[in-house]
Design a protein around this ligand. Structure first.
Ligand SMILES: Cc1cc2nc3c(=O)[nH]c(=O)nc-3n(C[C@H](O)[C@H](O)[C@H](O)COP(=O)(O)OP(=O)(O)OC[C@H]3O[C@@H](n4cnc5c(N)ncnc54)[C@H](O)[C@@H]3O)c2cc1C
Length: 429
């Protein structure tokens, strides 16, 4: 859906057409992937294979390649950088502000992992904007969990009332009962650029990355794992599954099925009245801590402000899902913006959807696949982009050393809730 607004259309029409056609071209190329054969290899034995080269798999390929060089193979079913999964857009929120000290500590390591990527590549992949967590009184997400976790992890933050938020960022219209915390390290991870950077670094370390090659069979036999694609058969000492929305398809080859919900989530880019008001130096990343939960970004990557609704989506199938934005969902997101960020929306620049892969408790899975010796996996539960590099590092440790340097308790693949026949879903974190 391309929603237009005549008033807003005129000054930006040229640029919008260029940007939109760039995305459309990339998308069309991805959907017609049979016509494009990209990267292949004739080598068949590797120390580690990474299945899936989205956000997390690209991170894993990079961190593995730092230790195993050309003994790493990454396999992607679509063209690299495709738009069918969960990791491609200009921006994802990165923040220390989380509801438990465990996540805050992991987030500290996430920043360190991205810094390593920036140093090694010379490419910036994180932009610090500062971040607001905005909590209406009695909202569904308790702000106290966040302030407690930050305090216990010795992370500085400011507590602000609604009038102070509006004094510092006059873009906001907030009722008196809204409280906020501001954390200065919050910002955005430049998702597509970071994925490209991970893959470029992995290749420069010697890793082989192939695409347009769906994995169709996985078999563990003795100390080896056999990974068969539509065109080749490979062997490795360890396999890392980073399959996103297709995770259960891969796990089925190993006799495992997990209660994962794949949902279709929407983001909307709108044209602001005054672009400068939403420049990253003037407008922080934000999250509305309630049900429904909205979040948003300053202008970045598109000439427009990005606003989204966390967990607005309905369960879908990654192979048959729609790419068409849902008009009602887009309208609901815009109503929030009209109420609280009145200068942010003179018309829609771009609306699109993307996939979450949710666990019932919304915690990650980062573990050995149950019943296997040499197969590991990660599931991002709809909030893992900020962690894509550090999760890649932890997966590399699991695959090579058998243990990780960070406490992964709570992220087990066989934790109680993942073994229940009909687990209760609680997605608000
Ligand atoms: C709209 C939206 C907003 C989000 N916002 C944030 C945010 O602000 N902050 C944040 O931290 N996170 C955010 N997330 C979540 C985050 O982006 C995801 O958790 C993360 O990117 C998932 O990465 P992934 O590698 O697991 O999945 P994907 O990127 O989908 O990668 C999985 C890959 O595996 C490949 N694959 C699967 N099966 C096979 C096979 N059999 N053979 C070969 N290849 C295969 C797929 O083609 C795909 O490329 C958001 C997600 C969405 C959709």
């Amino acid at each position: 859906m391309e929603t237009t607004n005549d008033r807003a259309d005129a000054p930006t029409r040229e640029y919008r057409r260029a940007v939109t056609s760039r995305w459309n071209d990339r998308d069309r190329r991805n959907r017609d992937h049979d016509f494009y054969s990209h990267f292949v290899t004739t080598r068949t034995n590797f120390s580690t294979i990474v299945l899936g080269l989205g956000g997390i798999g690209s991170g894993a390929a990079y961190w593995l390649s730092r230790r195993q060089g050309d003994d790493v193979l990454g396999i992607e079913q679509f063209p690299l950088g495709h738009l069918r999964g969960g990791s491609e857009d200009h921006s994802r929120i990165i923040r220390l502000s989380y509801h438990t000290p465990h996540y805050v500590e992991l987030a500290k390591q996430a920043y360190a992992a991205w810094e390593q990527v920036e140093v090694e590549s010379g490419e910036p992949v994180v932009l610090r904007t500062g971040g607001l967590d905005l909590a209406p009184a009695g909202g569904a997400i308790p702000l106290a969990d966040y302030t407690d976790a930050l305090t216990r992890s010795a992370v500085a933050y400011e507590k602000l009332d609604a009038s102070e938020v509006m004094r510092r960022w006059p873009q906001w219209r907030l009722p008196d009962h809204v409280e906020a915390i501001y954390q200065e390290k919050t910002g955005l991870a430049m998702a597509s650029r970071a994925n490209d950077t991970h893959r470029a670094l992995a290749r420069s370390n010697g890793a082989t990355l192939v695409d347009n090659e769906p994995v169709v069979s996985i078999r563990e036999s003795g100390s080896e794992v056999e990974v068969v694609t539509e065109t080749a058969s490979y062997r490795c000492a360890s396999l890392v599954i980073c399959g996103g929305a297709w995770t259960n398809r891969s796990l089925a080859h190993l006799g495992v099925s997990l209660p994962l919900d794949v949902t279709l989530e929407h983001v909307v880019y709108t044209i602001p009245d005054m672009a400068l008001d939403f420049h990253p130096t003037r407008f922080p990343v934000w999250i509305w801590m309630d049900e429904p939960c909205f979040y948003g970004f300053p202008i970045f990557g598109e000439p427009a402000v990005k606003t989204a609704w966390d967990r607005c989506g309905w369960v879908t199938d990654p192979d048959t899902r729609s790419f068409e934005p849902d008009a009602e969902t887009v309208a609901r997101i815009r109503r929030f913006a009209a109420e609280h960020l009145p200068g942010s929306d003179r018309g829609v620049h771009l609306a699109k959807n993307c996939l979450y892969t949710l666990t019932p408790d919304r915690d990650f899975i980062l573990d050995r696949v149950p019943g296997t010796e040499h197969v590991f996996m990660a599931v991002g539960a709809g909030h893992a982009f900020k962690f894509a590099s550090v999760i890649g590092r932890l997966l590399s440790e699991l695959a090579i050393d058998g243990t990780a340097s960070f406490d992964l308790s709570g992220f087990e693949a066989d934790r109680a809730i993942l073994t229940e026949p009909d687990p209760v879903r609680s997605y608000m974190v």
